[in-house]
Ligand binder design. Sequence first.
Ligand code: PEP
Length: 247
Amino acid sequence: MRKLAAGNWKMNGTAAALSEVAALCTAHPAPACDMLLCPPATLVAQMAAAAKGTALQVGGQDCHAKASGAHTGDISALMLQDAGATAVIVGHSERRTDHAETDAQVLAKAEAAQAAGLVAIVCIGETEAERDAGRTLDVIGTQLAGSVPAASTAATLVVAYEPVWAIGTGRTPTIAEIADVHAFLRARLTAKIGAEAAGVRLLYGGSVKPSNAAEIFAVPHVDGALVGGASLKAADFGGIVAALSAA
Ligand code: PEP
């Protein structure tokens, strides 16, 4: 399977930040992994234009479950695809928290993304309180069951495991904890979608940096990363791309 380094710019970046795209693509013209950046919606078309002819793919950070209609401020998967996106993140913990998104809503968004021809990057992860209560596998098992479309294939689904307490904090689970969760996810996904699960990229996300990427990428069933803060600068994201290419 071809691994995936995906970056989530969140609500960061204006047109000036596109210089990072040029720097990234120049430094990594042909990485041995897929490389994806998800900028704010305002930059998707510009970034896709800047990335044309390079190894970089562009994605959205969220989409509406409907293809069109009276939903002020929202963006459909079809619109992202039309702007040049090939993937979209759905169910990021910041959306689950800030916008009270439920598993059922995330599922509907993932189905809409796949129907529009986008790869759905479905995010799941436990809070610190849930981990401390020993409920990590329970919580992510429920999220996986409720948020992943049953008709998903290796080509249309990516799952990102992102412990909420590790996002933007500089803290990460231990390597053994990541290994346990990813093995569990592969098994649960196999039970849900069958043999296709073997080819679905399972990303780890939460404070991935160039300095810790190699040891995380050595974990079985870790097929790449979803990167927040360290995706904003070409040098940092490039370091993660290089580590994944070497894994
Ligand atoms: C994220 O929000 O998806 C994320 C992983 O953020 P960071 O890398 O900054 O922890």
